[in-house]
Design a protein around this ligand. Structure first.
Ligand SMILES: [Zn+2]
Length: 154
């Protein structure tokens, strides 16, 4: 294995530990899903879950907690300027640390796969982080639909 190949495999292992979807890991690393499934089973002692990936940002607005968590993740993502895919992994870990410190009641976390989808929506400007013109809170908006500010309800 070359150094590059080892780096790619390490990246894949980091994502497996964060419970990322196999399809996402394969897409980002180019490694085969067969190898990734095997590694996943070795690390988690169970088979990886499958399912559809988020292809619209609507999931952010499912609950107020989710919206708040998505906003926190997007702020952290915007603050990090790492140019490689490692950025998403670093920001996701920071996001978990932040929520662990600030929320004692064990909130439902944004999954790594949701964070991955969100980072793509941000990069493609399908989701935008703005300052609420009324109360100045950070707020997420999408092109498709209108959502009231979770803080001031305007
Ligand atoms: Zn507001």
């Amino acid at each position: 294995m070359s150094v590059d190949a080892l780096n790619v495999y390490n990246l894949a292992l980091e994502m497996i530990k964060l419970d990322a979807r196999i399809s996402i890991i394969s897409r980002e690393t180019g490694l085969s899903t067969r190898l990734l499934r095997k590694s996943y089973r070795e690390i988690h002692n169970k088979s990886p879950s499958s399912g559809l990936l988020r292809n619209t940002p609507d999931f952010i607005y499912k609950t107020k907690t989710k919206e708040k968590q998505a906003t926190v993740f997007c702020i952290l993502y915007k603050l990090d300027e790492t140019a490689s895919f490692q950025r998403l992994i670093n920001v996701y870990k920071r996001y978990i640390d932040f929520l662990t410190l600030s929320e004692q009641d064990k909130p439902t976390l944004l999954t790594f796969s949701e964070a991955w989808a969100l980072s793509r929506f941000l990069d493609q400007a399908q989701v935008k982080l703005i300052e609420c013109p009324v109360c100045s809170s950070a707020r997420l908006i999408t092109d498709q639909s209108f959502h009231v500010c979770p803080i001031c309800k305007k």
